[in-house]
Ligand binder design. Structure first.
Ligand SMILES: [Zn+2]
Length: 203
C-alpha cells in the first residue's frame, strides 16, 4: 500500500506519489563538525510539513507501521543519500523506552533503521544504545526544556562494540536535535569514531 495515497502498490510508493514527493524532497546532508554538537552530520529527506508530516504521524501514532516501506523505497531510489549512508560501519535506531515500546508495539525508528541496514548491507545494532528513563515526550516541551529532558536518559551497553566505529543513528524527525545530540554524546564518550544522524524529516 502506498504510504501517501493508500493505493495498493507492491513497492509501497506508487508512481504518482513518487514523482510528486521527489519534487518536494530536500535530501540534505548537513555538516555539523564545526559546531558544538556531538554529532558530525545530519542527513534528511524532507521538511516536516504537509503530506510528509501526515505520513510520519500515521506511521508513528496510527499503527500504520507499514509506512516504513514507503520511506525505505524512497531512500533506495536516492543514490546520493545511499552513498552517504554506506560510509557508516553501524546503523542504530534512536531507542525508545520499554514503556513506550509496549504501548506502541514497535519502535518506528528501528523499523527504518533495520531495513535500511539490510538493504545497504551495513551492520545493524539494536538494544546497544538503550533508553533507561521514560522521560516526557520531547514534542510536549519547548525548545529550552528539551535539552535538559534528555540528559542522562540513554545508556550504552557493551561499549567495545562501537570502539572507533562510524555510527549512523536513525530517527523519524529532527526538531531541535537535543535527542540526537544526547545519543551522540554517549556514543562519542564511549569512543565512537564519528556519529551521523539520519531522519526522515527536519522540523
Ligand atoms: Zn501513492
Amino acid at each position: 500500500m502506498c504510504g501517501f495515497c493508500g493505493k495498493l502498490d507492491k513497492n509501497s510508493l506508487c508512481n504518482k506519489c513518487k514523482i510528486r514527493i521527489q519534487k518536494n524532497a530536500i535530501c540534505k546532508i548537513e555538516d555539523y563538525r564545526e559546531t558544538s554538537s556531538y554529532f558530525d552530520e545530519h542527513i534528511y529527506l524532507f521538511q516536516y510539513d504537509g503530506e510528509v508530516r501526515d505520513a510520519i504521524l500515521n506511521y508513528k501514532f496510527n499503527e500504520q507501521s507499514h509506512i516504513y516501506r514507503t520511506f525505505l523505497e524512497f531512500i533506495k531510489n536516492n543514490e546520493n543519500i545511499c552513498a552517504q549512508i554506506k560510509k557508516y560501519d553501524i546503523i542504530m535506531p534512536i531507542p525508545i523506552s520499554k514503556k513506550r515500546l509496549n504501548l506502541r508495539g514497535y519502535n518506528q525508528s528501528a523499523l527504518i533503521a533495520r531495513n535500511l541496514a539490510k538493504v545497504l548491507n551495513i551492520e545493524y545494532k539494536e538494544n546497544v544504545l538503550v533508553k533507561i528513563i521514560d522521560n516526557k515526550p520531547q514534542s510536549e516541551l519547548g525548545q529550552h526544556e528539551r535539552s535538559t529532558n534528555v540528559k542522562g536518559v540513554y545508556k550504552l551497553k557493551a561499549p567495545r562494540n562501537i570502539y572507533q566505529k562510524k555510527i549512523l543513528l536513525v530517527d523519524d524527525i529532527f526538531t531541535t536535535g537535543s535527542t540526537a545530540n544526547e545519543c551522540a554524546r554517549v556514543l562519542k564518550e564511549n569512543n565512537a569514531n564519528s556519529v551521523g544522524i539520519f531522519t526522515i524529516a527536519k522540523d
